[in-house]
Design a protein around this ligand. Structure first.
Ligand code: ZN
Length: 184
């Protein structure tokens, strides 16, 4: 139904656009209130809805290619790519060590109970930082899938688009607004 081609690449892009175009987006959730560029909010919404096109979701749409994760030999899924993969775990662990913040365990956890008990303002800032991490992982995934880039080092992801800076600004008190389109 999505007109997939054998090589998968161009049509994956088309399919993603098609999905982004057809589904209505509600505006009453936490995600939409975060100080982030719209494109990242849209990405987060699809992450939350579990329709981001990781290879397990592609396979459900008759995608015939390899289902292996870009970073390791496990099968790729949202849970794996953003939380369980050694690649994601390293990035989250860096945040854990830097800010003494236990990483989220899943997308659901991230946007529901992860920051339970933390005041609303700080929670919102931390979520911006965590969202930046998910976005950086996704950009790196995209580079590998669409541009055939070599798998990057952990540090490339952490520093990607000023990610660490973004997280620092988001989490430490007294930081400026993390709403900076250019850095993303
Ligand atoms: Zn992996």
């Amino acid at each position: 139904m999505w007109g997939l081609h054998q090589n998968g690449l161009f049509s994956v892009k088309s399919m993603y656009r098609a999905i982004l175009g057809v589904e209505a987006i509600p505006y009453n959730t936490l995600i939409w209130k975060l100080k982030l560029p719209l494109k990242i909010k849209v990405f987060l919404w699809y992450l939350y809805k579990r329709v981001v096109l990781t290879k397990d979701n592609l396979a459900r749409r008759q995608w015939q290619e390899d289902r292996k994760c870009c970073f390791c030999s496990s099968d790729e899924s949202i849970q794996h790519l953003f939380f369980n993969c050694h690649f994601a775990r390293f990035v989250w662990r860096t945040v854990h060590i830097s800010f003494n913040l236990i990483p989220p365990t899943s997308v659901h956890n991230l946007f529901t109970s992860w920051l339970h008990g933390i005041n609303k303002k700080l929670k919102s800032k931390i979520l911006v930082g965590a969202s930046a991490i998910c976005w950086a992982i996704w950009l790196t995934w995209s580079d590998i899938i669409f541009d055939k880039a070599a798998a990057p080092s952990y540090l490339q992801v952490i520093f990607r688009g000023g990610l660490l800076d973004q997280v620092l600004v988001s989490i430490t008190e007294g930081g400026g607004s993390p709403n900076d389109e250019d850095r993303m």
